[in-house]
Write a protein that binds this ligand. Structure first.
Ligand SMILES: [Zn+2]
Length: 348
């Protein structure tokens, strides 16, 4: 089998993903990221529209308007929000999405105030000096045992308030994007910015190769996936099928690696549509995409939200394998390329 050369598009995916990863977008605070996404699709020649919720719908055109395919990826990420300003001026947080204090500890953060700009700080265990705190090793890392230490002269609640910090301010965790010589991509929030990058890669491919997809093809870059309702609204008219392009699970008992495209057969929301899963496997085989079919034990997706909202659609889920999900995640450019390869075969 002669495989299509996709190197150029994979380079583009990695570049675009890196740019998006460096725009903070915890769920609920996604405007800058969504605006960036809209412009990037427009630069490739496609019509992109913001939804009222703040997502972006892209018309990738295509022939059969009565049998449309919607691809969903999300630009929102995990994050934190100021829950309490403590008497010592430190900030206690509440989670946005499934952010976990265990793997957020010691991370640099940005606190976004509503009217007074952005402040830097670090998310630390309370009383974080191991030479002082005898309980350091035995303390469970929870939201109330950890705090943001602002890099400002703050000794009291009043000091923090004087800076303009208030309850409800968004807290963005540093993504720490790193692309290795060996092709690994390491960062927080590859879930699901890598997939947004992949859909931009697909758009570039369609545009440069002057392809008219056989079916109407749309992308929805959603912004509330991490809290469960990203894909609920804004299904373009005529869509009969929706596929979430989201992170593929990698871990004990599963077969996928970071270098493969994962096809999800079942997650916490039950089995994906049989016909679609079968079609995705066929497309992977036909295109030569290195793939794995897996069951995700603790996972829900945007496309399930689309169904739960009452849309009559067939649904599926694919994505590049991502290890250490919701922590310091790792994927590989080959994984992204395999998703693109499968999508070219399946959707165009
Ligand atoms: Zn995701």
């Amino acid at each position: 089998m002669k495989k299509v050369q996709l190197n150029k598009y994979t380079d583009f995916i990695v570049e675009e993903t890196t740019k998006l990863l460096n725009i903070d977008s915890p769920t609920g605070y996604t405007e800058e990221a969504a605006n960036w996404v809209k412009v990037e699709f427009e630069k490739l020649g496609f019509k992109a529209t913001k939804t009222n919720k703040g997502g972006v719908i892209v018309d990738l055109t295509g022939k059969d308007k009565k049998n449309g395919l919607l691809l969903e990826a999300h630009a929102d990420t995990l994050g934190g929000m100021v829950a309490t300003i403590k008497d010592n001026g430190r900030l206690q947080l509440t989670n946005l999405g499934g952010m976990n204090p265990n793997n957020a500890e010691t991370e640099n953060v940005r606190v976004v105030t509503k009217f007074d700009g952005i402040y830097e700080g670090t998310f630390q265990l309370n009383n974080a000096s191991i030479h002082v705190n005898g309980e350091y090793n035995d303390t469970k890392r929870e939201w109330d045992s950890c705090e943001v230490v602002l890099d400002e002269d703050v000794k009291s609640k009043e000091d923090a308030e004087k800076l303009g910090i208030s309850v409800g301010d968004f807290v963005c965790f540093e993504p720490n994007v790193r692309v290795t010589k060996t092709g690994y991509i390491k960062s927080r929030f590859l879930d699901d910015k890598l997939s947004v990058g992949i859909l931009l890669g697909l758009a570039k491919y369609i545009s440069e190769k002057k392809i008219t997809p056989k079916r109407a093809l749309y992308a929805h870059i959603t912004v509330f996936e991490e809290v469960g309702h990203g894909g609920c609204a804004s299904v373009p008219e005529g869509c009969t099928e929706a596929i979430s392009v989201d992170m593929g699970c990698v871990g004990d008992g599963l077969t996928c690696t970071e270098k493969q495209v994962s096809i999800c057969a079942k997650d916490s929301g039950g089995p994906y549509n049989y016909e679609i899963v079968k079609g995705l496997v066929e497309a992977a085989k036909k295109s030569g995409a290195d793939y794995a079919v897996d069951i995700y034990p603790h996972y829900g997706s945007d496309v399930e939200a689309t169904l739960e909202a009452g849309n009559d659609l067939k649904h599926g889920l694919i994505g590049a394998g991502v290890y250490a999900s919701h922590g310091y995640e790792r994927s590989h450019r080959d994984g992204a390329e395999n998703v693109l390869r499968l999508l070219i075969e399946y959707a165009l």
